[in-house]
Design a protein around this ligand. Structure first.
Ligand code: EPU
Length: 341
């Protein structure tokens, strides 16, 4: 049964930055097969349509004059077992971290490095979530979605998702068009671990782990994240507020000549990815606070809402951070979350 939409709904507790915003209509989606009818109804009622999962990568700079489709679908289904793989389809409304823990408990490996990322499974392909050396695309098989514009169901292979660094077709050609309903993962049934990320290695060796298992990786990732990243339930935030800038080999050489200690990693095609956190930190922003908008005191890439910050407060702070990083390093920082203005 379709739950009725709530009118003039408060969105403050549906976004992890806890920004005040309202929606003319908040429509729960508990069954993906209702989407054709629900999107038609939303269109007929008028105003914009926004698809919302856990609200962990969005900055509400305005109210929503139309309908927010709040994805709450549940379900984890094994589609196939092959020799050393399992193919599992997960409903968009499942909580990401709960799914990672569920997979680990079932002996399905490959997502441990992505533990504790806030948000829902359906949101994960949009920005190709990644952490500690693993990205969603490494384990993605396909995505099912409802195309609101073409009024048809889509199944996109991992290749068709065009997932790059914090990027995918859902941020580009299919933005505002595809409602992701299920995400299918290909996971290993034999233990395999990826633990070359420096922070992770440090944590594992401080625990004296000799033979690293997926459970060790999961525990270590949770510990590192808890030590550095604020829990949105306690302190409003949307994770990294900027993408790490990727510079051409030439631009990177110039930057490194002037700042040899700038934290960086090689990226594709000779490009170099710099740590935005380091650039921001060098400009003295870590722990800064302006009213209730602030920079986290343990990770300079994370902007926080200490209570009553507005989107304007946060975006003004973000703009000043961008300006100072640009003035000092000549590097332009791009925001990572979806900013609705
Ligand atoms: N650093 C500083 N100052 C700080 C924080 C970090 O100088 O305040 C330096 C560290 O020394 C380190 C480097 O910056 O050398 C990178 O820091 P970290 O390992 O914390 O990772 P990050 O590049 O800042 C990215 C992702 C995170 C993800 C971590 C771990 C982006 C935009 N962010 O952060 O993802 O958890 O790597 O893999 O790519 C998110 O997207 O919301 C997110 C939290």
């Amino acid at each position: 049964m379709i739950q009725p939409a709530q009118t003039d709904a408060d969105l403050r507790y549906l976004n992890t930055l806890h920004l005040p915003a309202r929606a003319a209509r908040l429509q729960p989606v508990d069954d993906a097969s209702d989407l054709p009818a629900l999107t038609e109804a939303a269109r007929n009622t008028g105003g914009s349509i926004l698809v919302l999962g856990g609200g962990s990568n969005i900055v509400f700079g305005r109210d929503i004059d139309g309908t927010v489709l709040h994805m709450r679908t549940r379900g984890i289904d094994v589609l196939a077992h092959t020799g050393s793989d399992v193919l599992v389809s997960v409903a968009a409304g499942e909580n990401w971290h709960a799914w990672v823990a569920f997979a680990l408990a079932h002996g399905w490996h490959g997502l441990e490095n992505l533990a504790l990322i806030p948000g829902t499974v359906g949101a994960a392909p949009v920005q190709n979530i990644g952490a500690y050396g693993v990205e969603l695309i490494d384990r993605l098989d396909h995505v099912d979605a409802w195309d609101m514009t073409g009024r048809r169901w889509l199944r996109l292979s991992a290749a068709e998702c065009l997932a790059g660094y914090r990027d995918s077709v859902f941020k580009r050609e299919l933005a505002g068009r595809a409602v992701i309903t299920r995400v299918a993962f290909r996971l290993g049934t034999r233990p395999e671990v990826r633990c070359d990320y420096a922070d992770l290695q440090r944590e594992l060796s401080s625990r004296g782990v000799a033979q690293v298992t997926p459970q060790h990786v999961f525990d270590a990732v949770c510990a590192v994240r808890r030590a550095k990243l604020p829990d949105p339930a306690v302190l409003g935030n949307a994770g990294s507020f900027f993408r790490n800038p990727v510079l051409t080999a030439d631009a990177a050489a110039t930057l490194l000549a002037a700042h040899p200690d700038a934290a960086h990693h090689p990226a594709a095609d000779g490009a170099v990815k710099f740590a935005a956190a380091w650039l921001i930190d060098q400009c003295g922003w870590k722990g800064a606070r302006r009213g209730d908008a602030g920079v986290h005191d343990r990770q300079a890439l994370v902007l926080v809402n200490h209570g009553e910050a507005s989107a304007t407060d946060l975006l003004d702070l973000a703009a000043d951070i961008q300006a100072s990083v640009h003035a000092r390093f000549g590097v332009t920082l791009e925001p990572e979350p979806l900013i609705l203005l």
